[in-house]
Design a protein around this ligand. Structure first.
Ligand code: MG
Length: 275
């Protein structure tokens, strides 16, 4: 039962009260209580901690059509750091600093299952990040097994990549979710094989000298040009089946792309460092 429904239990009692004045007072009191209780409830609904991790009862975001895919890569502005322009993986390596083993063909880089995540050689803090991705059309798996990859800001905070076109999963793990925390505001996914875009604004967390959180990380995400994360406050790093607390870390860390065993392709990746 929702907390705001509790005052409803008193309604029959109030209705039977003989005095008009008392009845009126009772109804006014009830309406007030309902308003008071319902307001925080709707605010809580937006917060990850209101829901269990990967809660299947969390509402599925509305499916919308973001319109046709762009004709080609969206050009980078001239103050951007280009991380992948379709030619080589010079800017990337694996976690053990070995050379990137994902394959580059036709201007795109494809996850090579089993080779591990890629990370940028350079480290970043606050950024505007643009990237384009396509999930594999030949993938016949379902739910979290279909077109799964992801982009980790600072290697810790994942914006999920998944084939979420007519493929249902737990809402905090679908495409454009901040994994395990925030489902996207709407499902703006294109079909597998089509190019899709992410534009992400990431503000890193700040820690004090004792490792306490001064300001948590925040993220805004556009998926195929559609706002799907509106300056949300992260509860900590993203993880499977848990919501770990923040651990203090450096002001700049590499970006990562996830090898989740699916041949997701990427192209046109660039960042603008923010003050
Ligand atoms: Mg993932």
């Amino acid at each position: 039962m929702q907390p705001y429904s509790l005052p409803l239990l008193y309604l029959p009692l109030i209705a039977r009260t003989k005095s008009m004045a008392l009845r009126f007072l009772g109804f006014v009191l009830c309406a007030g209580l309902i308003t008071l209780a319902a307001a925080p409830a709707s605010a809580q609904h937006q917060h990850p901690m209101y829901w269990d991790v990967h809660d299947p009862d969390r509402p599925q975001p509305q499916v919308i059509d973001p319109g046709p895919a762009p004709n080609g890569p969206i050009p980078a502005p001239d103050d951007a750091t280009v991380l992948f322009d379709g030619t080589d993986l010079q800017a990337w390596e694996h976690a053990d600093t070995s050379a990137a083993l994902w394959t580059v063909t036709d201007g795109a880089v494809e996850v090579q299952p089993g080779t591990g995540n890629l990370r940028t050689k350079r480290s970043f803090g606050d950024v505007q990040l643009h990237l384009e991705f396509a999930t594999p059309p030949e993938d016949e798996d379902i739910a979290q097994g279909k077109g799964n990859s992801g982009v980790f800001l600072m290697g810790k905070y994942e914006v999920q990549i998944l084939d979420s076109y007519q493929n249902q999963t737990y809402p905090d793990g679908q495409c454009a979710a901040i994994y395990s925390q925030y489902p996207p505001l709407v499902n703006a996914s294109r079909p597998p094989g089509e190019w899709q875009t992410y534009d992400i604004v990431f503000r890193r967390p700040h820690f004090d000298e004792d490792g306490g959180v001064v300001t948590p990380a925040r993220m805004t995400v556009f998926h195929n040009g559609v706002l799907v994360q509106d300056n949300v406050e992260l509860t900590g790093p993203t993880a499977y089946m848990e919501r770990p607390d923040y651990q203090p870390h450096a002001a700049q860390l590499p970006l990562q792309l996830q090898d989740h065993g699916n041949r997701v392709r990427y192209r046109n990746i660039w960042v603008r460092e923010l003050e």
